[in-house]
Design a protein around this ligand. Structure first.
Ligand code: GLY
Length: 374
């Protein structure tokens, strides 16, 4: 078991109070009850993906119940379409019907969809309820459950409505990944590769050496990947909680492209991690065309993504360049309608780049080919 601290510094004593732990390891679901009880409440609401309501969510309820915490369950249909205003409104009304008040803690159990939705509802209901995350997918364990971003999608773009709302704690139980469908698991590996590309070249090399065991879901390799990724995420969030210094923006590597693909494909058609893998492949090609990296960096990243079973090219159905550019211009990461990209300068380092010629962006969106050889 590893305990990783998210240090929230920067605005005095109140921020220090908001620091929290990410607990990673096997069987850590059992730790949820004691942690929530130590938070001083006797009442919680478990918001869970319906697919794991009888398994992982029930174990969370048992852990809470053993400490005398009443914790009824609310379920959310699986899939990205649940990150909607309608789903948020339904939960707000269910909270109201259950007389949820500010002493009630919300415990989100599931993947990124449930975490983002439940976090958003917790941050807005009664002007804010304490929330805990129990991520049960790889994407959520290595990325979305850590750092306090919440959000719902609009037809015009992903995560366009949301808040920063830090959890009281995160419990990433590696055992819960056993029930994850293969495609979902592989999709989560894209966010793991991201950490190697943006800050940790040694981790990137480790991933290259362990791609087989990782894709084969070897528990030791998966545990190491989750811990190392969660530690990087926690460190980045600790340094730049509100994405103001540019450091947290590095986590968006590949995401400007990815969000456009997800929006255009229809939410839930491409899994988030699949879109991120394609987005990172596009971003690396863009960096290469801009002369920031040699083609072999693109090839190395492609090779790792392929070894893990991830795609690097967008499906034919989402290659409408004008439509993709229109979605990208609405992305939160664009500034005044100008596209802003996170681009690598080598493996293990990325920069925010504002002045990318549109014609180069069009080129990488229009094609799925390998980068030009030097
Ligand atoms: N997933 C990107 C972030 O948390 O900042």
């Amino acid at each position: 078991m590893a305990t990783i601290r998210v240090h929230l510094e920067g605005d005095g004593a109140a921020a220090a109070d908001r620091s929290y732990d990410v607990v990673c390891g096997r069987g850590v679901v059992a730790e949820v009850g004691p942690a929530v009880a130590a938070g001083g409440t006797r009442r919680a609401v478990v918001v869970a993906d319906e697919s794991i309501a009888r398994t992982h969510a029930r174990r969370v309820q048992e852990s809470l119940g053993a400490l005398g915490i009443d914790a009824p369950l609310l379920t959310v249909p699986s899939g990205e379409t649940s990150k909607s205003a309608a789903a948020a409104e339904r939960l707000w009304n269910e909270f109201a019907g259950m007389a949820v008040d500010r002493r009630t803690h919300v415990v989100a159990v599931g993947g990124g969809v449930v975490g983002d939705l439940a976090g958003f509802v917790a941050s807005t209901f009664a002007r804010g309820l304490p929330v805990w995350h129990v991520p049960t997918t790889l994407v959520a364990q290595v990325d979305s459950a850590i750092g306090g971003k919440t959000g719902i999608n609009l037809s015009g773009g992903k995560n366009l409505v949301g808040t920063f709302w830090q959890p009281r704690g995160v419990f990433a139980d590696i055992d819960t990944l056993d029930t994850l469908p293969g495609r979902e698991f592989i999709s989560g590996l894209a966010e793991v590769v991201k950490y190697g590309m943006i800050v940790d070249s040694a981790f990137f090399s480790w991933l290259e050496a362990h791609a087989g065991p990782l894709a084969g879901r070897d528990p030791t390799a998966v545990g190491t990947a989750v811990e190392r990724s969660a530690a990087t995420k926690a460190e980045v969030v600790s340094r730049d909680e509100f994405e103001t210094s540019g450091q947290r923006a590095a986590l968006n590597y590949g995401h400007t492209f990815a969000h456009a693909y997800e929006t255009l494909a229809g939410y839930g058609t491409l899994l988030h991690g699949e879109a991120v893998a394609i987005g990172m492949a596009r971003a690396a090609r863009l960096a290469s065309l801009c002369g920031r990296i040699p083609p072999d960096v693109v090839e190395r990243q492609d090779a790792l993504l392929h070894a893990l079973g991830l795609p690097t090219a967008a499906p034919q159905a989402v290659r409408d360049v004008d439509a993709l550019l229109a979605v990208m211009a609405r992305d939160k990461k664009s500034v005044g309608g100008r596209l802003r990209f996170v681009l690598p300068s080598r493996i293990g380092q990325v920069d925010l780049v504002d002045d990318v010629p549109e014609q180069l962006v069009r080129q990488v969106l229009a094609t799925a080919e390998a980068p030009p050889k030097e």
